[in-house]
Every structure is written in structure tokens, then in C-alpha cells.
Design a protein. Structure first.
Length: 386
């Protein structure tokens, strides 16, 4: 009777590896603007491919490479693929959501978990048989030491997945605050990508928990969940592959998308007056976290009209428009002796800012000096006059 080396589940792992490698080649051919993000995505795909290959070699007794690799080097290769995919995903997200993102020396700190794992493997002489719990005479203590490797390489990607999702969420929120209109393509795709792998890695934790609890009594259930994890990864890789094919003409850089308006449409004086009234009389800019929808509602205009006034009449965007007024309010408070007891934090909050970094960035850019220096200069003048 003919023996089958691979089953359908092994084929899924092969397909995952093949598609990841094709994506790497495809990314290398794309004329993208953000080359660093492109390389990070390729590195992420390679980590998935290597991880799938290691899983196949580890659990399929008929797949062999070399005795040295199969017995000793495989745990190091598997742990590297598992522990690097999380940091690479986070750096990929950062490269698309941060202006002028560059790899820095402090990013090497992400390698510390891998170094610790390799040290653990080397000191305890953990080999492939130990990871499969097939070592003859393996004591319960030795089994737990080997299992600790699985605990770590399962939990760490989940932590990075959560960090990536939170970063994308913060990015989408900042875009909404900065621009009344923006192209949702990239942030939406980043959200799907990060959430997808977060779900997959969360499922991997569930598989690990099942393997450590009920697998002895229900081995079929444990195997079924483990196989399902491989299918989930393949589905995500397919989604990424399709997205790359459909959007090859799109640059992975979100830019403000100007509102679609008729060129012959003119701004009404009443709309301009309402925006001015909202800023100068109602002082709506003092409200923290104010977005364009709420602003438009408070001055009884449509979002489209508010955006048109700010973009065309003032030549800026909603976020810049609000913060320019907030900076003027902060200058008033900082330069008034009556508010000398207020801290800079109190001033920025009363002026409508909700972020210390944003306040200092806008103040320095618009005024040319720091808030503290501005206060010293202007309060010093008042004392001399007095």
C-alpha cells in the first residue's frame, strides 16, 4: 500500500509558504514610495513562511532536511520566526503611520526576547524531540522547561498584535482630527491586517491552552484546533495577496483627500460669517477633542460647507485651523500677569489642547519659541513697564 507523506493539512502549510514567498517577490517588483514599509512587509512574510516550514518539519516525521538541523537547529529557527513576526508587524505599522519613520538603534531591543529564548534553549539543551515531548525518559520538570518555550513564543506575538492594533486605532483617530476628508484605503487595510493577525495569534493561545489541558483526554480536539490555526493564517495571507494585486497602483501613504466640490461653487458670506462667529464669539476651539462634525452642528452648517470655508477661504485644514486659535488663546494666557500662577499644562488645557506634545509642537512652529520662553519674555516686559 502506497504511503502518503503529506496530507491536506500539510499542503496548507506548503501553500502558505509559497504564497508568502510570492508576496515577497511581488513586493520587490512594486513601484512603491515607502521602501522601508515594503521591506518590513516582506520581512514579515518571510517570518510567516519560515514559521510554517519549521512547523511542518517539526511535526511531520517524513519531512527531513539534515540530522543537525532537524534535531538541534530547528528550535532556534522556529523560535526566531515566531518571536520576530510580532516586532516586524509593529514596525511595519509604524512605518506607515509615523512621519519620516526610520529604523533606530533602540529598535534592536525587540531582539532581546529572542536572545533570551536562544539562551534558554542552549543552556537546557532543548532539541526538537523535547519540543515535541517525545524524548525518552523526559521528566515532568524537563517537560515543563521545554513547554516554557512554547508559552513564550505563543504569548509574545499576541502582545505585539495588540500594540499594532492600538497604533492603527490611534492613527485613524488622528487622521479624523486632522483632516475633514482623507482616503480610508490604507488605515482600513492596516486595521484589517493587524486585527486579522491579532485574532490568529489569540486563537494560537487557545490552541496552546487546549494542548496543555484537555489534549491528553481529547487528542482529536487538540489536533483539530491546531490545524484550524494553519488555515486561518492561509486565509490572511490570501487576503494580503489579493489586496496587493488589486491595489498595486496605490502608494502606501495616506494623504488628505480634498473634498469633491463643484469648481464653480462659491463660498457664501453667511457660511464664512458663521465659522468666524463660532471661533471668535462662541470660542468653540476651547472645547477639547472637537471634530468637524460637532463644530458644524454647533454653528448650524453642513460638514461640507465648513470644510469648504476652512479649506478655500482660510487655506488650511480643520485641525490646523482649530489649533491656530488655541495657540493665540495660550499666548493670551501666558502673557497675562493675572494668569501667572497657571502652569503651562493648565494653560494648554484651558486653551483647548488635550496633548502636551501637540501643544508644544504647534506653539513652537507658530510662535517660534517655547511657551515657557514666551511667558518669561512677556511677563518680564510687564514688570519693567510697571
Amino acid at each position: 500500500m502506497q504511503k502518503h507523506i503529506f496530507n491536506i493539512h500539510d499542503v496548507v502549510l506548503f501553500m502558505t509558504m509559497a504564497e508568502c514567498l510570492l508576496l515577497v517577490i511581488f513586493q520587490a517588483m512594486l513601484p512603491v514610495k515607502n521602501k522601508l514599509a515594503n521591506r518590513l512587509l516582506s520581512a514579515f512574510m518571510l517570518s510567516i513562511a519560515v514559521g510554517s516550514a519549521c512547523v511542518l518539519v517539526l511535526w511531520n516525521d517524513d519531512v527531513k532536511i539534515t540530522p543537525v538541523f532537524d534535531d538541534w537547529l530547528l528550535p532556534y529557527c522556529l523560535s526566531a520566526a515566531q518571536l520576530l513576526k510580532g516586532p516586524i508587524l509593529l514596525l511595519y505599522v509604524a512605518s506607515l503611520t509615523e512621519d519620516s519613520f526610520r529604523l533606530r538603534r533602540d529598535h534592536l531591543l525587540h531582539l532581546i526576547p529572542l536572545a533570551l529564548t536562544w539562551a534558554w534553549l542552549a543552556i537546557l539543551s532543548i532539541d526538537s524531540s523535547d519540543l515535541r515531548f517525545r524524548t525518552l525518559g523526559q521528566t515532568p520538570e524537563e517537560r515543563e522547561l521545554a513547554n516554557a518555550v512554547w508559552h513564550f513564543i505563543k504569548l509574545l506575538p499576541l502582545a505585539y498584535g495588540i500594540a499594532a492594533v492600538l497604533r492603527v486605532h490611534s492613527y485613524r483617530r488622528s487622521l479624523k482630527n486632522q483632516y475633514s476628508h482623507f482616503s480610508p484605503l490604507e488605515p482600513s487595510w492596516l486595521n484589517i491586517l493587524s486585527l486579522g493577525f491579532l485574532v490568529t495569534w489569540s486563537f494560537s493561545i487557545l490552541v496552546h491552552l487546549i494542548a496543555n489541558t484537555i489534549a491528553a483526554n481529547y487528542p482529536n480536539i487538540s489536533d483539530a484546533f491546531g490545524i484550524t490555526e494553519n488555515y486561518l493564517i492561509l486565509i490572511l495571507i490570501n487576503a494580503l495577496f489579493i489586496n496587493s494585486l488589486v491595489h498595486t497602483h496605490e502608494l502606501l501613504t495616506t494623504k488628505p483627500e480634498p473634498p469633491k466640490e463643484k469648481t464653480e461653487e462659491k463660498l457664501s458670506d453667511s457660511a464664512i460669517a458663521k465659522v468666524q462667529q463660532g471661533m471668535e464669539e462662541q470660542k468653540l476651539f476651547l472645547k477639547q477633542n472637537l471634530n468637524i462634525e460637532e463644530f458644524a452642528k454647533r454653528i448650524s452648517l453642513s460638514v461640507k460647507d465648513v470644510s469648504a470655508v476652512i479649506n478655500k477661504h482660510y487655506g488650511t485644514n480643520f485641525f490646523e485651523f482649530m489649533n491656530s486659535y488655541r495657540v493665540e488663546e495660550a499666548k493670551r494666557l501666558l502673557g497675562d500677569q493675572a494668569y501667572a500662577d497657571m502652569t503651562v499644562m493648565d494653560v494648554l488645557l484651558q486653551a483647548g489642547f488635550n496633548s502636551k506634545s501637540a501643544f508644544h509642537r504647534f506653539f513652537n512652529r507658530l510662535v517660534g519659541i517655547s511657551p515657557t520662553e514666551y511667558r518669561k519674555q512677556h511677563l518680564g516686559k510687564e514688570e519693567k513697564v510697571a
